[in-house]
Design a protein around this ligand. Sequence first.
Ligand code: NAG
Ligand code: NAG
Ligand code: NAG
Ligand code: NAG
Ligand code: NAG
Ligand code: NAG
Ligand code: NAG
Ligand code: NAG
Ligand code: NAG
Ligand code: NAG
Ligand code: NAG
Ligand code: NAG
Ligand code: CU
Length: 559
Amino acid sequence: MGLYRVGFLVLVSFFCVYPSLTEGLVRHYKFNIVMKNTTRLCSSKPIVTVNGRYPGPTIYAREDDTLLIKVVNHVKYNVSIHWHGVRQLRTGWADGPAYITQCPIQPGQVYVYNYTLTGQRGTLWWHAHILWLRATVHGALVILPKRGVPYPFPKPDHEKAIVLSEWWKSDTENVINEALKSGLAPNVSDAHTINGHSGPVKSCPSSMGYKLSVERGETYLLRLVNAALNEELFFKVAGHSLTVVEVDALYVKPFKTDTVLIAPGQTTNVLLTASKSAGKYLVTVSPFMDAPIAVDNVTATATVHYSGTLSSSATVLTLPPPQNSTAISNNFTNSLRSLNSKKYPALVPKEVDHHLFFTVGLGVNPCPTCKAANGSRVVASINNVTFTMPTTALLQAHYFNISGVFTTDFPKNPPHVYNYTGSPPANLATEKGTRLYKLPYNATVEVVLQDTGIISPENHPVHLHGFNFFQVGRGIGNFNPKKDPKSFNLDDPVERNTIGVPSGGWVAIRFRADNPGVWFMHCHLEVHTTWGLKMAFLVENGKGPNESVLPPPNDLPKC
Ligand SMILES: *[C@@H]1O[C@H](CO)[C@@H](O)[C@H](O)[C@H]1NC(C)=O
Ligand SMILES: *[C@@H]1O[C@H](CO)[C@@H](O)[C@H](O)[C@H]1NC(C)=O
Ligand SMILES: *[C@@H]1O[C@H](CO)[C@@H](O)[C@H](O)[C@H]1NC(C)=O
Ligand SMILES: *[C@@H]1O[C@H](CO)[C@@H](O)[C@H](O)[C@H]1NC(C)=O
Ligand SMILES: *[C@@H]1O[C@H](CO)[C@@H](O)[C@H](O)[C@H]1NC(C)=O
Ligand SMILES: *[C@@H]1O[C@H](CO)[C@@H](O)[C@H](O)[C@H]1NC(C)=O
Ligand SMILES: *[C@@H]1O[C@H](CO)[C@@H](O)[C@H](O)[C@H]1NC(C)=O
Ligand SMILES: *[C@@H]1O[C@H](CO)[C@@H](O)[C@H](O)[C@H]1NC(C)=O
Ligand SMILES: *[C@@H]1O[C@H](CO)[C@@H](O)[C@H](O)[C@H]1NC(C)=O
Ligand SMILES: *[C@@H]1O[C@H](CO)[C@@H](O)[C@H](O)[C@H]1NC(C)=O
Ligand SMILES: *[C@@H]1O[C@H](CO)[C@@H](O)[C@H](O)[C@H]1NC(C)=O
Ligand SMILES: *[C@@H]1O[C@H](CO)[C@@H](O)[C@H](O)[C@H]1NC(C)=O
Ligand SMILES: [Cu+2]
């Protein structure tokens, strides 16, 4: 039994357990999905939580560990949990998106997620992957390097997970259900949170802020997670620059910045050196939106508090960047480069077997009952296909040869060529379908994700399950297949699992399909996913001994 660690680890301070973690272990965690009455913004409401906590518990593990996470559903909702960014090599059964890789865990049911953390180290996170439950069901997943393997940057004195999120005064299921009924966009959130706290805001001046206590001269590795449903966020600390060292559990060439941009689904590790002698310094978390789309513009605040500084002393302030700061956003994004060292090379596919061009954006379909929207509803699509959720999980349908659940004719290109970022076509309707794109094992893939201007251009943080990919190119306007590939970076492009498609622009990503299974790709703005901005890749088994999907576990939930 000495090889086992149990879930109560998460309740103990990280600083106590960190030195005792060895790698290659089986670690047990228990996630009780329970309702919890919580007070935020001067009001209280019951929320869905893991173990009664918001944000949920941080999971600590090392590269090569196997995690056995027993999820027990005590609430009235169907639940599933996604381990965002974990590659899940051959273990798609543990990936989590409901109706993609598993049927949901129904009320009263239990499912043990069983997977190994292979070839990854850094900050990832976990969240519910059904309905809008991830609004409150989320937490950090920290993968430490193998024992004795240093970080490729100066060792920090301390480490801290900082989870950013959004808070609605209303029940989030009511928010999205109201929107689906009306056909219009859902209400924006009422505040942002930093490790669960908004700090004082206009609607609730007594709201406490999160406090990061620091010692002069020491360095802190902040593991930032954007768990917000619908908003890209700026993160700033007054009087301190931040050194970015990792994104999405992949090391980058370190660079200094005043402002971090982080999209929903992404993680960013930064080093903060407590370089002042004393004082309190404001931390701001505020939205980035450079299109005419409503966002929650309430800035969340926290403080970096030097030891020995009186609570009553004045806080050194900073202003958050203006909401529409495209230049700051681009500057940050363009600074990201893979570390690409001997130990951590950037294995960018140089040849491409499958060239895909996907338009991502909104649409409008008829809806006779949607009175508020004059008989129509806003939808979203990839290549004009609004994804229809099946009632049988796709991975089961694939593995057990169940026909009639999906087709494998997802279009490689949009059905019509038009000026994607110019004036929209006359007909804004989309088609519906559960269409997958099939890839042979080990194929190399390039996907150009092109934003459209339908209704409005907008940023789309697109997340691919089962893989990391390289961002080989990025631009504004329409992708030019003749000119743009000439300036692709195939040497040290940033590698990640969630990429921001710029408002009115495009990104090009590349990956190798070396993980058999069914892998979801979708916008990580929850509102767009709900509207249908999602599809899946079906990666076939290879011929080799370790190139097939493993058999499903016995307790896999049934539909
Ligand atoms: C939460 O509070 C409400 C009253 O505000 C109460 O009816 C309900 O039982 C409480 N639920 C839990 C899980 O504590
Ligand atoms: C976890 O999955 C592995 C196969 O990947 C299997 O050998 C092991 O028995 C499973 N553990 C449990 C507790 O189900
Ligand atoms: C959404 O906002 C509108 C306008 O403020 C409000 O009337 C409505 O109750 C809100 N819906 C929910 C579910 O909170
Ligand atoms: C935030 O949005 C509200 C509602 O649209 C607006 O009244 C307010 O001026 C905005 N605040 C800032 C700081 O932009
Ligand atoms: C950003 O918004 C402000 C205030 O709404 C406006 O004055 C400014 O022109 C905008 N900047 C850009 C670059 O669009
Ligand atoms: C761009 O970032 C660099 C550091 O990465 C910084 O020195 C410069 O001031 C930034 N420029 C803008 C416009 O934000
Ligand atoms: C619905 O139609 C009315 C009258 O033409 C118009 O004022 C309103 O803006 C429309 N609403 C939407 C959501 O298109
Ligand atoms: C599904 O079909 C494939 C190819 O025909 C076959 O190899 C496999 O054994 C079948 N799987 C099941 C579970 O029947
Ligand atoms: C597409 O639309 C944009 C914005 O209206 C315009 O600047 C551009 O010239 C158009 N491109 C083509 C090829 O028509
Ligand atoms: C999308 O599909 C719908 C339904 O088939 C069609 O009417 C519409 O023209 C298509 N739009 C585009 C931009 O391809
Ligand atoms: C995958 O393809 C690459 C060439 O693109 C080849 O070098 C490698 O051996 C292949 N791997 C497997 C497991 O087939
Ligand atoms: C929960 O999931 C099961 C299996 O897919 C489904 O039959 C049931 O309708 C779902 N329950 C709710 C409340 O959506
Ligand atoms: Cu989107």
